[in-house]
Design a binder for this molecule. Structure first.
Ligand code: GP9
Length: 428
């Protein structure tokens, strides 16, 4: 009981926003089409290989007047990779510090997006051509209130149309269209892509961007694989326009987690034209694209505030015009003011407007200057620097508390003790 109270008080005091955003209700009654883009990292956006854009379609989508693009959006996953990103999105809770919460706590109670929007007349679906027990999705999706999972068995998979982990993204989207046309609207549908998965193997016939040239095959092959996914997403948009589903839908494209690990830093530093990948760069490489496309909106822009996957649930609920009054969320509506102002990574690192905190050191974001006393810096710090150190410590304490409280909720299965009917009443 005390643990729950502590969580609720913390959220009320430190997380909850008092004002609604201008986009509150902008997607009310519309379908949500959410594309979970496997291993898509921020650094490929508006970038080139061999003089060619890596993601021509996404680059164009980002510039569209109906698109909001978040270019300082961080993935916050732990060992559960894609499943952790799904967990963050559906719940606005942190994944666990070890193991995958989809496996370890797949039978818990949650108050996920799908459950909340059910009362607003939405049904929810996941499309992903992989074995349904992978990441324990079959069990976890029931706990998250997802109405139907179109898994591997829903698709026609053959030797010709599969690579690596399964069905290629182009036939995946193509074969998903009839299902999407057959389900009742409004729906919340999530598409989890698969082709752009480590080690990024591709059939020659699918390569339309030549690999990069470096000492890392992983990085080299990452670019053509990303390009293939970009083309698959473009084809999907074209088909959705043909079917008429486009106009009545709001689109989200999100990179789920990094694809190129620190093992490839030498090659990455060459690609990014840097002498080395510093600890700050390493944190910034955890940025993934987050794109919200609202057909007919006309007010799109690039938003550079520090944001992350923890913020997706409150943002989607707000777009749908749903007030989850008593929900427990550690994130904020990305379109509203008074956000927390920092993003916590699962390992305790964080990024705020002013700071990047990593490996126990705090740096000024922008200049990269290390602040405070450390082994690397032995001179006496000035008074103003003391203020910075205190400000950084303050966020650090909040991050530690948040991660602990989120863990408590999961380990104690504390959602069992909350009556979310209050939320439902508020929306009737
Ligand atoms: C597996 C797919 C990829 O079904 O979602 O998972 P990942 O290995 O990226 O966590």
């Amino acid at each position: 009981g005390n643990e729950l109270l502590e969580v609720q008080e913390y959220i009320e005091e430190n997380v909850k926003q008092k004002m609604k955003s201008d986009l509150y209700g902008a997607a009310k009654g519309k379908n949500i089409i959410f594309i979970n883009a496997e291993s898509l990292q921020q650094f490929v956006i508006n970038n080139e290989v061999n003089g060619e854009e890596v993601t021509p379609f996404l680059n164009q989508l980002i510039k569209d007047e109906d698109t909001y693009y978040f270019d300082n959006f961080y993935e916050q996953t732990g060992q559960g990779n894609t499943s952790d990103s799904e967990f963050l999105v559906e719940n606005s809770l942190y994944p666990l510090d070890r193991g995958a919460v989809f496996f370890t706590h797949g039978g818990n109670e949650y108050n996920a997006i799908s459950e909340i929007i059910d009362d607003a007349g939405y049904s929810s679906y996941v499309f992903h051509s992989n074995n349904k027990s992978f990441w324990n999705r079959d069990q976890m999706y029931v706990s998250l209130g997802i109405d139907h999972f179109f898994g591997e068995e829903a698709y026609d998979v053959s030797e010709d149309n599969a690579i690596g982990w399964g069905l290629k993204d182009k036939p995946f989207f193509e074969q998903s269209i009839p299902y999407l046309q057959s389900i009742e609207q409004p729906f919340y549908a999530k598409f989890i892509t698969l082709t752009n998965h480590f080690p990024f193997d591709m059939d020659e016939s699918d390569i339309s961007l030549e690999p990069y040239e470096s000492n890392s095959d992983v990085l080299n092959n990452y670019f053509p694989a990303v390009r293939y996914m970009d083309e698959a997403i473009e084809d999907f948009f074209i088909k959705l326009k043909e079917t008429g589903l486009y106009e009545n839908s709001v689109f989200v494209v999100m990179g789920d987690h990094i694809g190129v690990s620190a093992n490839h830093n030498k090659a990455l530093s060459m690609y990014l034209d840097k002498d080395e990948i510093t600890p700050i760069d390493q944190v910034e490489l955890q940025r993934v694209p987050f794109i919200v496309h609202i057909p007919g909106n006309g007010k799109g822009k690039v938003i550079s505030e520090v944001t992350g996957q923890i913020d997706v649930k409150p943002t989607l609920l707000s777009l749908l015009g749903i007030d989850a009054v008593d929900d427990i969320q550690f994130g904020n509506d990305l379109f509203a003011d008074n956000r927390k102002g920092y993003v916590a990574l699962r390992n305790g690192d964080f990024i705020s407007k002013k700071f990047i905190y990593t490996n126990g050191s705090c740096y000024l974001r922008g200049t990269g200057e290390l602040i405070g006393v450390s082994e690397e810096k032995d001179y006496v710090v000035s008074e103003s620097e003391h203020e910075l150190v205190n400000a950084c410590n303050e966020i650090n304490e909040k991050v530690t508390t948040e991660l602990r409280l989120s863990d408590d909720l999961i380990y104690g299965d504390l959602f069992r003790f909350i009556n979310f009917d209050l939320t439902k009443k508020a929306n009737q």
